[in-house]
Ligand binder design. Sequence first.
Ligand code: NAD
Length: 354
Amino acid sequence: MSSLEKLNQKDFEEVVFCNDESVDLKAIISVHNTVLGPGTGGVRFYDYQTEEDALNDVLRLSRGMTYKSAISRLPFGGGKSVIIGDPAKIKTEELLERFGDFVNTLKGRYICAKDVGVDSKDLRVVSRKTKHILGVEGTKNSSGNPSPATAFGVLQAIRALAKELLGRSHLDGLSFAIQGVGSVGYDLAQSLHAEGAKLTICDVSRDALNRCLDKMSPKVVSPEAIYDVKCDFFSPCAMGVVINSQTLPRLKCKIIAGAANNQLATAQDGYEIENKGIFYAPDYVINAGGIINIAEELLGYDKKRAYDHVAHIYQTMIEIIHRSKKEKKPPFVIADILAEEIIEKGRKSKAKAI
Ligand code: NAD
């Protein structure tokens, strides 16, 4: 399918190609949907093999943000941007400032934030040129590092799943296999450990493992062996597409609930999980804590209010479990339906107001 066909098929509102050879900038900003608010999502700086790969990624990610924001009841639509190239080689203040200029040309229809390859310092440079930016650490209204809020949200979903699917109001004694104990995985592991859960962890980084071993006493397995761990919860907190035709037959968990984005390789894998009797908690529903926390900057950041909002992930998870049982559809399908219902309601009330 050509790129233009893809754009039409998924109803993207606006895709902007940004070029400035003088600073080596090549970027794409995608605004998927602004029914509920400005298209909001991080800027990813990545060395894509081809421009087609970059376009595919920004389209997929911006569409994902539409669903994540809708289901989290945020006043945001879906947007995302990618800067093409190796950040270690081409990232300069001039390039980042020029990118900020391009964000500005969208006049607030796109709001950017941090993503892979962009750190807090970079975001501050972009913010010199645009005010359509959130999550700039070190500023007065900053919501700070989003990872603890993301981990808190995943924990709320796990509580809901334990209660509804395992009949457990406490997590003590339940077993978890956590893939990746970086920013989110570590915070999650700490909370689960504090509640008496049994942990098995893996990571490709020795430092990340040591940080856990210093504070808890988890069992450590190799990254490849994590899929074979018999457990109540498998929690992917590293990379995407980890649930695929190779890993699925190996999984011995009851529930999959983790922070990683885009865990399912294909929708078909979502149905296969269902056939295996494993419950898959939709990633974008349960990892939304970070964006919910950032969104609070719009109102003047208040940590308590932000975390109260993140805690709603518990109710959303319960709603998805109930509807999934009642409508006999997998949870990832129900999550999409729920998000689309919220967007449609927003569309109708907008039309009424005009
Ligand atoms: P991170 O980079 O801090 O941690 C990821 C960890 O996974 C690292 O310790 C890394 O060494 C490890 N890892 C990488 N490849 C691995 C492999 N093959 N096997 C095992 N471990 C491996 O990232 P993070 O911020 O904790 O995010 C984790 C995931 O959650 C990512 O997919 C991210 O997109 C998603 N996410 C994060 C946030 C957030 O607020 N940080 C929000 C939403 C979604």
